[in-house]
Design a binder for this molecule. Structure first.
Ligand code: ASP
Length: 328
């Protein structure tokens, strides 16, 4: 079991806490202490990222490979920056020009990369469970950068980090997650994290965009946006993930915006100091009004991106230390 240290360029201070995992495949199963520990560690990386010299050599000599089988802007860049700022050799595998295009299987690709002795693999894959499968085949740590509709753990951690810094806590807050919950790994990871950390979670969506087993998450369900966000502290909007849809889930985009698009006017139903989040990429005028997304008094969207780098640095820090030990 590894000891987590505080991030400091000069003298890493050992902290009296431990993160007993080799991989980060999901939020489900993490304890509130483990989540808090990653968020505390990420806090110190926020300062490092705002400083002129953003680099330490914590991961010097380590190799990090980004293996993304799905498109990404924020997540992949942020994994890359996080690795580089900690001093690791960071490689982005271009899946479109790799042997995967020649028919190599996921496992063969994993075994090939494994033979090059990476220390961390960050993987995004369109199929739920694929990242877990890969983690079982390689020797290094694996970080899930989003697998199908299953989990996106670093997104939930960065969302939690953003909320905690702005609201001072997570426990006791009411958070509405609104939109295409059915196809959203962000929603699933956030439901696990927010409930574990003591927040009250509401889902707001038309019945067609909710998973069948939604009751198992122990959340409240709303089919009307204004009712769902009433007295909420945080309103988290989700993109309509048309690339995962087979068939029609909403009558039309125009109608969807009319009923489920968040506007300044609808936001009046929430707490007066409620803040708006979105994991990106945003579809302006579909799930969120463009002006509201840009409103720096209400929207945390840019802050979420900033926290993404700090949180991923914290995750690499925790996992790499565990790699030196006997973590499972
Ligand atoms: N970027 C997030 C994800 O990869 C959310 C989205 O794509 O809408 O799941």
């Amino acid at each position: 079991m590894a000891i987590l240290r505080k991030a400091s360029a000069t003298s890493p201070e050992p902290a009296a806490c431990a993160f007993p995992h080799k991989h980060l495949l999901g939020i489900e199963g993490l304890s509130s202490q483990e989540i808090q520990l990653l968020l505390d560690l990420a806090d110190s990386y926020v300062e490092q990222n705002r400083a002129e010299n953003k680099k330490t050599d914590l991961l010097r000599g380590r190799t990090l490979i980004n293996l993304f089988f799905e498109n990404s802007t924020r997540t992949r860049t942020s994994f890359e920056l996080a690795g580089k700022r900690l001093g690791s050799d960071t490689i982005n595998m271009a899946v479109s020009t790799s042997s995967i295009k020649k028919g190599e299987t996921l496992i063969d690709t994993a075994m090939t990369l494994n033979a090059m002795h990476p220390d961390i693999l960050c993987v995004r894959h369109p199929h739920s469970g694929a990242v877990q499968l890969l983690a079982e085949k390689v020797n290094c740590s694996v970080v899930n950068g989003g697998d199908g509709t299953h989990e996106h753990p670093t997104q939930a951690l960065l969302d939690a980090q953003t909320i905690r810094r702005r609201k001072g806590k997570i426990n006791g807050l009411t958070v509405a997650i609104s939109g295409d919950v059915l196809h959203s790994r962000v929603a699933r990871s956030n439901m696990h994290l927010l409930s574990t950390m003591g927040a009250r979670v509401r889902l707001v969506a038309p019945p067609t965009l909710l998973p069948k087993d939604v009751e198992r998450y122990g959340v409240e369900i709303y089919h009307n946006l204004e009712d769902g966000i009433k007295n909420c502290d945080i309103v988290m909007m989700l993109r309509l993930q048309t690339e995962r849809m087979q068939g029609m889930y909403v009558p039309s985009v125009r109608e969807y915006f009319r009923f489920f698009g968040l506007t300044q006017e609808k936001l009046n139903a929430a707490n007066p100091n409620a803040l708006v989040m979105h994991p990106g990429p945003m579809n302006r005028g579909v799930e969120i009004d463009s002006e509201l997304a840009n409103d720096i008094d209400r929207s945390l969207i840019r802050e979420q991106v900033e926290m993404g780098v700090a949180v991923r640095m914290a995750v690499f820090d925790a996992l790499t230390l565990n790699n030196l030990s006997d973590a499972k």
